[in-house]
Write a protein that binds this ligand. Sequence first.
Ligand SMILES: [Zn+2]
Length: 273
Amino acid sequence: MPNMSRPQPICARSAALLLSLVWQMLAWEAPARADDCPRAGTLGTSRVLSVDAEHFPRVGLKSFPQTLPLRDHEVVLTFDDGPWPPTTPKVLKALAQECLHATFFLIGKPASEHPDLVRRIAAEGHTVAHHTWLHRSLMRIAPGETTEEIDHGISAVETVLHGQATTTPTTPFFRFPGFESTPATLDSLQSRGIVVFGADLWASDWKKMTPKQELKLLIDRLTAARKGIILLHDPKAQTAAMLPAFLRYLRENDYHIVHLVPTATPVAADSGH
Ligand SMILES: [Zn+2]
């Protein structure tokens, strides 16, 4: 029997073609790879800011009177308490999908237990900073133990990244667990040229809440502050789940990401003998 179906009108065939194209686009998930960046349609890192203890010894308005010189709608993303295998990779994926760079304040012990994850954070272009060895409160331990707690954390991360158990950090950025600093420790870090980071705003993600609640809280706080150093915790599942929507919000609301790096140490000029 001959095929008696009538030819479809052009517009119906175009619509079918369009639908098929849309379906293919939806079915094809772009791999989130840091080396694909920059990529059109992503938030991207807007600028790189070099930070050193000479100019910025202590930053973050939650703890200190001064912070980084960010412009309106500029934010710095910082993540504390990793690396943590179940959730840190999700955070890295969300950042890579938007071609962003953040700063990770790592705890030494999990860093030494998950070296591949630490190396991955660094390899994807993020800044790796320090957050002590065991995340004990430096306010509540004996003063004699604070230096050991800080230095053990630094040397654990340095060992993983550079194969040297040095207490001179490649990236001299430090954050106190729970922001619990002491005057003596602050002075000691400043004398060592290590920048102490607080934060300008946070999502309170140490409290249990749904990703949706956390997203709203963070957006409300950012809307009020308009800019700042944001503190999040990559080991928190609710934060890892919330992050893609937050980054999309930043992109759609004209926020700009600033990536922090340590100021390069000047290399002594060759005297030319
Ligand atoms: Zn912490």
